[in-house]
Design a protein around this ligand. Structure first.
Ligand code: KIV
Length: 502
């Protein structure tokens, strides 16, 4: 198996993401986490860009011991000097020099001809070489560069000491098969390519950054540049977690490995998200909150029988908490049964069937059913007291300029009675309508309502305490509709009062 070097650029390329910037303390914290993650190279920044940036890179360079620390420099002496100043204390320093080589960049950015660009690149690498042996050269916009010119410039910079050649898909324009062809072409047509590592730096403008990086590896690249969560300029870059997990998950096919400690991936992702303020989209591969969440009944059934039916990686291998079974109306019986068992409920078939029906009713109203929803549902079922009165229907009309009015329908011994009443508020109106039907004299001692779970569709749970004939009775009711929950709670308390005294 061949080793693929991971060049991590969250601190340089990632910092170019709109709205993202790290102070020196944050940079160091990230760099130390990247070291724990086991990346090979940390690109710590672009030292010439500001004195603060130079100091931040210096700080990272002085503390990181296991990884190579790289700094970016344009092909200019002042950039290279600043870069060296920043990284010279690193245990393993690397100067990363770049220069655009595509016709469009050469013409519009520099107004220079190929020969001049070639000369600038060679001089820059020679100049950097006087500081350190480890020199990376990036032909910027390489994938839109004339292939013969690309090979010529690569050969020339290797000739003066470049040790890493980084083929940059700067604008994320390449398709995987093109990336493969370009890297292969460089590998086969640059006479001294064996003296350098081939690297790739892929942007994600077409969502192909990781696929392009893998294609490049197939063609002979042994270093990939990437960032955590794929942060970077515009649509970002190839994300470390995708590349590393693709290599690990498909190692038999690729015959490659990385030295990354994959168990640190999620932690690193959270740190970057926290410090950049850029949240990770839920369906982001590997690190998204839904990356290991299963919701469809067929999938959950498969997962519960054997994880590998729908999981190609183990969540714990990337430091995720484990897979998540999301209960919705489409999750199916197997999912519900499994979840109830995990919550400690063992229901008889008959009770389970009833619970499942209630679950479906609730799931139609709520998008996701949480553990607390299930507890409320099951406990309402288990501790249910016989219903002398059962609620059939409740309707309220209310508003800040309307007298609250309720209509209630209740079944007692097979007979349905309907009543209506006004009240001080909608709940008061409901309770008065109930009283008209039951004709039981009650005194409401306490009423409280709480949300069982969070979110706008959460279950509301109402608890009431009433007094009937000098005795106190409790009732609870839950529903996504708090008026219905209030009616259920009140009736449960009344039903309790109706039970023979024991
Ligand atoms: O996108 C790019 O081309 C770069 C180079 C400096 C590698 O960031």
């Amino acid at each position: 198996m061949e080793k693929i070097y991971i060049f991590e650029s969250s601190l340089r390329e990632g910092e170019q993401a709109a709205g993202c910037g790290f102070n020196p303390k944050n940079k160091l914290e990230i760099a130390q986490q990247l070291e724990r993650l086991g990346v090979d190279v940390i690109e710590a920044g672009f030292p010439v860009s500001s004195p603060g940036e130079l100091e931040a890179v210096k700080l990272v360079a002085s503390k990181i011991k296991k990884c190579t620390v790289a700094g970016l420099a344009r092909s200019m002496k002042k950039d290279i000097d600043a870069c060296w100043e920043a990284i010279k204390k690193a245990k393993k320093p690397r100067i990363h020099v770049f220069l655009a080589t595509s016709n469009i960049h050469m013409k519009y950015k520099f107004g220079k001809a190929r020969e001049e660009i070639l000369k600038m690149a060679v001089e820059a690498v020679k100049y950097a070489k006087k500081y350190t042996n480890d020199i990376e050269f990036s032909p910027e916009d390489a994938t839109r560069t004339d292939l013969d010119f690309l090979c010529k410039i690569v050969e020339s910079v290797i000739g003066v000491g470049a040790t890493v050649i980084n083929i940059a898909d700067t604008v994320g324009y390449s398709l995987p098969m093109e990336m493969y062809r370009i890297v292969k072409h460089v590998k086969e047509n640059v006479s001294n390519i064996d003296k350098a590592i081939i690297s790739v730096h892929c942007h994600n403008d077409l969502g192909l950054a990781s696929a392009n990086s893998i294609a490049a590896i197939e063609a002979g690249a042994t270093q990939v540049e990437c960032t955590i969560n794929g942060i970077g300029e515009r649509a970002g870059n190839a994300s470390l977690e995708e590349i590393v997990m693709a290599i690990q998950t498909r190692k038999t096919l690729l015959q490659k490995f990385t030295q990354v400690n994959t168990k640190e991936i999620c932690k690193t992702s959270r740190l970057i998200s926290h410090l950049t303020g850029i949240s990770v989209q839920p369906n982001k591969a590997v690190v998204g909150s839904n990356a290991f969440a299963h919701s469809a009944g067929i999938h959950i059934d498969g997962i519960l029988k054997n994880r590998r039916t729908y999981e190609i990686m183990k969540p714990e291998d990337v430091g995720a908490q484990g897979h998540k079974i999301v209960l919705t109306a489409r999750s199916g019986r197997h999912a519900l049964k499994d979840k109830l068992q995990k919550l400690g409920y063992k229901l008889k078939d008959k009770d389970f069937q009833k619970t499942y029906e209630k679950f479906l009713n609730l799931a139609d109203k709520k998008r996701e059913i949480f553990d607390e929803d299930l507890r409320t549902l099951v406990e309402g079922q288990i501790f249910k007291i016989p219903e002398t009165y059962s609620l059939q229907y409740v309707n309220v009309v209310t508003g800040n300029k309307t007298i609250p009015t309720a209509t209630v329908e209740i079944k007692q011994k097979g007979k349905i009675t309907e009543e209506a009443s006004c009240g001080d508020g909608p709940v008061d109106a409901v309770y008065k309508a109930v009283d008209r039907i039951t004709k039981i004299k009650t005194k409401l001692l306490d009423y409280s309502i709480k949300s069982v779970t969070s979110g706008k569709e959460a279950l509301g749970e109402v608890t009431v305490k009433i007094k009937v004939n000098g005795k106190e009775f409790l009732g609870k009711g839950a529903s996504t509709d708090i008026i219905e929950a209030s009616a259920k709670a009140y009736l449960e308390a009344i039903n309790r009062a109706c039970q023979p005294r024991k």
